[in-house]
Design a protein around this ligand. Structure first.
Ligand SMILES: [Mn+2]
Length: 448
């Protein structure tokens, strides 16, 4: 495991006068300074073996993502993010690569990584790239690394073998012209049995392995640091984007690769809009602020929401609603065990709200779809809404619990969202270092 940087306790961070050590100090590999992260070679190899066991006999052909063109595609953002399926089997952040896995029986697995050649003149602009050489072999743990231009001849062999070689699995979805050319070359007219790889990979991704859980923990810890930073600076009269800036500063300062999703910073009336991410309103004394935001680290993203009073002190009414949401979240957490479904946990949270609403939400109870108008939670992973929502919980799944109550007439919204690792015994809070109770939030905000 490469999770070697010790976490700095948040208390120690705030106490220190000097700059805190970042939680996610940027891991790099010496051969690609600043470009790549270490690969968990054992984990990726195990995933490839697991895939080939599922396939039995056949091949899987998986393209890497391509860099967007800063002039043509996204003027404001040239950020490269690896394709999740390619990442799952390689943990490489290299672009325009292909992975070819071939199984001819249970003990015969061939893995070939195809990489474009390095071009020094281009690297003057882009920085170092992974090329088809011994560095790639060492970093990836894949012993056969070939230049990209040898992919065609390999695919022709698959095509000649046709159906005799077993099915060929490819991730079917939107493809680039080059991806279409290559899959045509491999499959058209050869009689190969082409199938979609994604359902198999998605089912493998539901239960996280130790490396994935370590990545999620790190993404969560970075996210928590950002949430606490935002709570500490909050003052009535601040603009939502000022809180957003402190929040995201906290993410990036602690080594986040990027946001897991656009940060939601909704104050007052905006606290009741579920996916509000305009973040332009000026806060007012007495507002609640809902911040639903998280960092991505090592391709995995957290998903955390906190609600706090911008002036640092909950009103009795705000506290009553908050505590009902908190109680519902705790009830769902306490019900977590292997075998239960997210839908059943949703029912547990709603039953708690129904039983404890009293007249807080008026004639109807607070679990009403008018007030708690979204689902309780979802799996997280490489996607913030990750695969496996309908699967009964198993140890190694990581899910969110995020009940909320939104009272538009009162401009009062509360959502509390934590990330939970499912274990054999129940659940483990991953994000509870972010203050969760009104007392803990007020305590953090009093140290401003
Ligand atoms: Mn969520």
């Amino acid at each position: 495991m490469f999770l070697a940087i010790p976490l700095v306790s948040l208390a120690a961070q705030s106490a220190a006068r000097t700059a805190p050590t970042p939680i996610g100090a940027y891991d790099v590999v010496p051969e690609l300074p600043g470009m790549g992260r270490p690969v968990d070679i054992a984990a990726t190899a195990a995933r490839r073996r697991a895939l080939l066991q599922r396939i039995g006999r056949g091949a899987a052909l998986i393209p890497a993502a391509h860099e967007r063109n800063i002039e043509r595609d996204y003027v404001q953002d040239n950020d490269f993010r690896q394709d999740n399926t390619f990442y799952y089997f390689t943990e490489l952040e290299t672009q325009d690569a292909w992975l070819l896995l071939t199984a001819r029986g249970p003990d015969s697995l061939e893995t070939v990584l195809f990489l474009p050649p390095r071009t020094p003149s281009q690297e003057r602009w882009t920085g170092l790239r992974l090329g088809p050489d011994s560095v790639a072999v060492r970093l990836s743990g894949i012993t056969t690394v070939l230049p990209l231009d040898s992919l065609d001849s390999r695919l022709l062999r698959i095509r000649v073998a046709g159906a005799r070689g077993g099915p060929v699995y490819v991730p079917l979805g939107p493809a680039t012209r080059e991806e279409r050319r290559i899959s045509d070359l491999a499959f058209s007219g050869g009689g190969a049995d082409v199938r979609n790889l994604l359902p198999i990979v998605d089912s493998m991704r539901v239960v996280k392995d130790a490396d994935e859980i370590a990545r999620l923990r790190r993404a969560v810890n970075i996210s928590v640091a950002g949430h606490i930073a935002a709570m500490r600076v909050a003052r009535p009269g601040m603009y939502e984007y000022e809180l957003e800036a402190t929040l995201e500063d906290g993410f990036r300062r602690n080594g986040a690769d990027r946001l897991g999703y656009p940060s939601i910073v909704g104050s007052g009336p905006n606290s009741t809009t579920l996916h509000y991410d305009v973040n332009r309103r000026r806060t007012e004394n007495g507002d609640l602020v809902v911040i639903d935001a998280a960092a991505e680290w090592g391709q995995y993203t957290a998903d955390v929401t906190r609600t706090f009073p911008v002036n640092g002190k909950f009103s009795p009414r705000q506290k009553a609603i908050y505590d009902l949401v908190l109680g519902a979240q705790q009830a769902a957490f306490d019900a977590i065990r292997p075998g239960i479904t997210m839908r059943e946990l949703d029912g547990v949270a709603r039953a708690y709200m129904r039983a404890h609403s009293g007249t807080l939400c008026g004639e109807r109870t607070c679990d009403d779809r008018e007030y708690f108008n979204h689902g309780l939670g979802h799996p997280i992973g490489m996607d913030v809404h990750d695969v496996g929502f309908t699967r009964p919980l198993e140890p190694g799944m990581v899910v969110t619990l995020e009940p909320g109550i939104y009272l538009q007439a009162e401009k009062l919204g509360v959502r509390i969202e934590d990330d939970v690792l499912v274990t054999a015994k129940g659940g483990e809070w991953l994000s509870d270092a972010a203050p969760r109770t009104t007392e803990a939030i007020e305590r953090v905000m009093s140290h401003r």
